[in-house]
Write a protein that binds this ligand. Structure first.
Ligand code: MF3
Ligand code: CO
Length: 248
């Protein structure tokens, strides 16, 4: 069931989203060579608590941490650890959700650590572009798969592949609401987009093939072929004046 939000509810989601965006922005200078993913998690927790919000992922279906940190061939849901330190040339995807006054915000970025090779840079750029192309298609009257297919086309035009195993989602009083928002598919399918829908669009893009496997920790998704993977996500509201990015 898709929950249409009032303007008041969208304002509240936007408040949660603002915190997500601020913390991600601050992380851009914190994330560097030598920092462990456990240190990044503590920093994120401090930043969230300063703003009187809660980390949305901690305990979600048993996920053990406050933020998902996925390095290089890790696609999503990497678990922070003291022994995992960033090296020059790494890429790291940071996925962050917060809960504020009963409403969720969710976004992700992929950052480079030091000097990253041109292929990795291009992967990051194309994934972010694919997110914005998907957002441009999140307009009243389009269908969900118009977002999906526009993302897939941009990615494949650049000879990368979109992950199928995880998808974007509606968001609001729940972290995951209907509809699912895949990053692949034919245009013109799925539900029609309506004013008042709030959704998280989140392309995950692999440099090699689309397949992923889950590690023994039960969470970390890695590319089956060992290739690099990038992830960008925004929470948006669909308005009569077009898509409004709430996690900007
Ligand atoms: N942004 C991710 C999503 O929407 C959140 C990770 S789920 C968690 O699916 F379990 F790790 F919290
Ligand atoms: Co999400």
């Amino acid at each position: 069931m898709i929950i249409i939000k009032s303007q008041g509810e969208i304002k509240q989601i936007a408040e949660a989203c603002k915190i997500v965006a601020e913390v991600l922005r601050n992380l851009k200078s914190f994330v560097k060579e030598g920092v462990s993913t456990a240190q990044i998690e503590s920093y994120v927790e401090k930043e969230i608590h300063k703003r009187k919000a809660l980390p949305a992922f901690k305990g979600y279906r048993g996920y053990p941490s406050s933020v998902c940190l996925s390095i290089n061939n890790q696609v999503v849901h990497g678990i922070p650890s003291k022994s995992s330190r960033l090296k020059n040339g790494d890429i790291i995807s940071i996925d962050l959700g917060v809960l504020l006054n009963g409403f969720y915000g969710d976004a992700a970025i992929t950052l480079s650590v030091g000097d990253v090779n041109p292929d990795a840079k291009k992967l990051i750029k194309v994934t972010e572009e694919a997110l914005y192309i998907g957002i441009q298609n999140a307009i009243v009257g389009n269908r969900v798969s118009d977002i999906s297919s526009s993302i897939q086309q941009h990615v494949e035009k650049n000879r990368f592949s979109v992950v199928r195993a995880f998808v974007g989602h509606g968001i609001g009083r729940l972290l995951h609401e209907d509809p699912q928002v895949p990053n692949f598919g034919k245009p013109g399918q799925g539900v029609r987009l309506r004013e008042g829908m709030t959704i998280a669009i989140e392309p995950m893009v692999n440099a090699g093939g689309p397949d992923v496997v889950i590690l023994d920790d039960g969470w970390t998704a890695v590319t089956t072929d060992g290739s690099l993977s990038a992830h960008f996500e925004h929470t948006i509201a669909i308005t009569k004046n077009g898509p409004e990015i709430l996690t900007k």
